[in-house]
Write a protein that binds this ligand. Structure first.
Ligand code: GLV
Length: 324
């Protein structure tokens, strides 16, 4: 019996397919590649596949009973952890791809600098053809930052901030620990309220779980000092979006940048589109538009395929009961 792999991804280049073919041949698997348009052909192959490598949220629900491992090509796996989600009733391994650290960290540094250096206001002045400088700015060098989410991506953001001379980077995680050596300290999320009172610049990169959904209420924003900045590159259901807009309009927050919203896509009439002081991007921080993200994604899959075939622990293995 052939051991089949179904690969349904639109970002693969020839070198990526070659790498997957090679690893599959070495490990005794037969891969087939399908684009989004080849749904019907994919469906037949999927019925007999042991492994599915995809970024689709709908395809996994269609997998057959043969499925043993879903290698999800993105980081956020929350839909697959919901009891009524696309993996409901399927007893298979689930891995997420933690290969978006570089693109997410660089996006974060970009919007952070835009806020610290008052880019939204300068853009507005330039649009009005007003040649006027002089807005007070702030720097990453010597600054103090808190990163909510001290995993792979949070660690890369901390590394970039420290590389630019940040004085202090606090990581916050569930356990109060992190594998990254770039945090000056890592504290447990149980201390969040005290941490927020001391936080000038807050960067959120949390998964969506029952504990994080709606975590950022008006009360939480109020704990941040006057003039703080709020960045979210994790999931859009973290903040109460009305409370975020209120905190910006009242001037309590100096600025905010969010790459994720709830819902997505953001409806055209939503007030977030025009909220003053907010840099909004349409879930553009991660994804596979950076070549490195594609290469790392495929390299991770191939490494995990070797591990899977050898019966070793997979990287990025998700605990579906924890939600990440
Ligand atoms: C992007 O948001 C991802 O889940 O990778």
């Amino acid at each position: 019996m052939e051991r089949k792999i179904c690969v349904s991804l639109d970002f693969l280049e020839e070198k990526h397919r070659d790498a997957i073919e090679k690893t599959a041949a070495e490990t005794g698997f037969v891969p087939r590649f399908f684009s989004k348009r080849e749904r019907d052909a994919a469906m037949a192959w999927l019925q007999e596949s042991e492994i599915l490598y995809t970024g689709s949220l709908t395809l996994p629900a269609k997998a057959g009973a043969s499925l043993r491992w879903l290698a999800f090509a993105y980081a956020g796996v929350d839909p697959f952890c919901r009891p009524d989600g696309p993996l409901a009733g399927k007893d298979c391994l689930l891995t997420s791809s933690n290969t978006f650290d570089v693109t997410l960290a660089e996006h974060t540094i970009m919007v952070l600098l835009m806020l610290l250096r008052r880019m939204p206001e300068y853009e507005e002045r330039v649009r009005r053809r007003e040649w006027r400088a002089g807005l007070p700015i702030r720097s990453i060098r010597d600054g103090r930052f808190t990163i909510l989410g001290a995993g792979h991506i949070g660690g890369r953001i901390a590394e970039d901030l420290k590389g630019m001379g940040a004085a202090h980077v606090t990581g916050v995680s569930r356990s109060g620990r992190s594998r990254s050596p770039y945090f000056d300290e890592v504290r447990p999320i149980s201390e969040l309220d005290a941490i927020l009172r001391e936080t000038e610049h807050l960067i959120c990169i949390l998964p969506s779980t029952p504990e994080t959904r709606g975590l950022f209420t008006a009360e939480k924003f109020a704990l941040l000092p006057q003039g703080a900045t709020f960045l979210n590159v994790g999931r859009g259901d973290l903040p109460d979006q009305d409370a975020l807009m209120d905190a910006l309009k009242s001037g309590h927050l100096a600025g905010a940048a969010i790459d994720v919203t709830d819902p997505e896509p953001l409806p055209p009439e939503h007030p977030l589109w025009t909220c003053p002081g907010l840099i909004l991007t349409p879930h553009a921080a991660g994804g596979t538009t950076l070549p490195r993200s594609r290469d790392d994604n495929v390299a991770l899959f191939c490494e995990n395929l070797r591990r899977y075939a050898a019966g070793e622990a997979l990287q990025g293995l998700v605990d579906r009961s924890q939600g990440y």
